[in-house]
Design a protein around this ligand. Structure first.
Ligand code: 5RP
Length: 224
């Protein structure tokens, strides 16, 4: 099985996991990225079983609409039955690094409103210690250099993701060479830097369940 086949397998597992939880008035949160895209493609099968979706990016919203799924503004919604999204890394506590697709801020917001975060990922994302994947930080453009200097003080090597503007009109710094032993602590410290909109650590509100695509099959993992 190649990586795309593993992503398809976890997308299918997420459909099976979500289907029994859906009611005709349910609203789903939908993430961003290639794994989430496989899930969106399959979600068309269930479109008559729930009321609509909130997307964490304009790209996912367009895909959902193309399938005939109603896309709602999060401000119209008080609760999401679940949020389904991928990740760049997960540890055994199901603390995540996200934001490889630059959608981390909206992903965090949608995740905050969801009753349950169902993370879907292939086995390459499973790590002992977070940080090999550079940690994305969304930054107000005029604060970019200041935030970069503050991130160096925290032990990282920030790199400006050139040519990328987020759906919120901001820029991304990818922080290399972090070995994130205490993800909750680092998440708070980075959030306290003025000019940071959000960082890609999902530790305070991580995943509730991870469907991990392994060559031997999909493993269902709960936080340790
Ligand atoms: C986007 C994300 C994605 O979930 C993450 O980058 C994983 O992407 P993929 O499913 O393409 O491997 O956080 O901001």
């Amino acid at each position: 099985m190649n990586q795309d086949q593993l992503k398809q397998a976890v997308a299918r597992a997420a459909i099976d996991y979500i289907a029994p939880k859906l009611e005709t008035d349910s609203i789903l949160g939908i993430g961003t990225g290639s794994t989430a895209n496989f899930f969106i493609d399959m979600l068309g099968e269930l479109k008559d079983d729930f009321a609509g979706a909130v997307a964490s990016s304009d790209a996912s919203a367009s895909k959902l609409k193309a399938l005939g799924i109603t896309v709602l503004d999060l401000n119209e919604v008080s609760e999401l039955v679940a949020y389904v999204d991928g990740a760049d890394e997960s540890n055994a506590q199901l603390a995540l690094i996200k934001g490889g697709g630059a959608a981390l801020t909206r992903e965090k917001i949608v995740r905050a409103v969801a009753r349950e975060f169902v993370c879907i990922a292939d086995e390459s994302k499973w790590v002992k210690v977070l940080g090999e994947f550079p940690l994305p930080v969304e930054v107000i453009p005029m604060a970019r250099s200041y935030v970069a200097r503050e991130l160096v003080k925290l032990g990282g090597d920030p790199v400006y993701r050139e040519g990328v503007v987020t759906d919120n009109g901001n820029v991304i710094l990818d922080v290399h060479n972090l070995s994130i032993i205490d993800p909750k602590d680092l998440e708070l410290k980075i959030n306290q830097i003025t000019g940071v909109v959000a960082n890609g650590l999902f530790a305070h509100q991580g995943a509730d369940v991870l469907l991990l695509g392994r060559r031997a099959g999909v493993e269902t993992i709960y936080p340790k």
